[in-house]
Design a protein around this ligand. Structure first.
Ligand SMILES: [Zn+2]
Length: 230
């Protein structure tokens, strides 16, 4: 994820309410698998301290997404730059992120106009839920670099650097999404074009971190890409 003008504390104290609103709007069961429901239901300080409610995430009226398996959960218009890619700018990279927050909180954060942050896609740790928050033609604010933001698609993965939660299903779901993006925009399937946030020049972020298995991921992307191209 990207730096936010809000402190971590503010996020934890403020986003839980927004998350509730967002999930009510989009349908909680639709977006959360059984494992996530359990996690979301656990009592925690941030939930007890929930204050206020952010603007609700809404389904795009026509329900359209750029990637069929995704559910549309729009980001605030304050959190991305409208564009007309790939005509306006070529899409040359996919940037892999780690949320360090649970799936619904990421969606609520992207929907909060004060956060000034977004990504195109968020994938749950279980791999069963994919949300699209920004259209691929638009520029999500995820990499910390304007140059890379304009030329990339950002994918957030639910997980924590000290608490790997990645499942085979999540790797597979992400790999198919990345392969689809690569096929659509002619992005080479290699580590020069599929980057971790940490690899963006001057990045102050370390995600997806050492728990992310790049070898496994790239093999899955290559396999999915070959299947798509044939
Ligand atoms: Zn990141």
């Amino acid at each position: 994820m990207e730096d936010s003008p809000l402190s971590r504390r503010r996020l934890l104290w403020g986003a839980a309410g927004a998350a509730g609103t967002a999930l009510a709007a989009v349908g909680l069961p639709q977006l959360m698998g059984p494992d996530e429901k359990v996690k979301a239901g656990q009592p925690s300080p941030m939930r007890k301290a929930s204050v206020g409610a952010g603007p609700p995430a809404t389904l795009r009226p026509d329900g359209s997404v750029d990637y069929a398996p995704a559910v549309w959960v729009e980001a605030s218009e304050s959190n991305y730059t409208p564009s007309d890619r790939p005509d306006a700018y070529p899409i040359e990279y996919v940037v892999i992120h780690l949320t360090t927050d649970i799936f619904p909180l990421m969606l609520a954060m992207f929907n909060d106009p004060a956060e000034r942050v977004s990504a195109h896609y968020v994938i749950s740790a279980s791999g069963t839920r994919i949300a699209q928050c920004v259209r691929e033609r638009d520029v999500a604010w995820h990499s910390g670099s304007i140059w890379y933001n304009y030329r990339s698609i950002g994918i957030e993965h639910e997980g924590w650097t000290d608490q790997p939660a990645y499942t085979d299903e999540m790797y597979q779901a992400s790999a198919v999404l990345t392969a689809t993006i690569c096929a659509k925009y002619d992005v080479p399937v290699d580590r020069d074009h599929i980057l971790g946030h940490v690899e963006i020049p001057l990045s102050t972020h370390e995600d997806p971190g050492p728990v992310w298995n790049w070898d496994k991921y790239m093999k899955l992307v290559e396999t999915a890409h070959q299947r798509i191209r044939t």
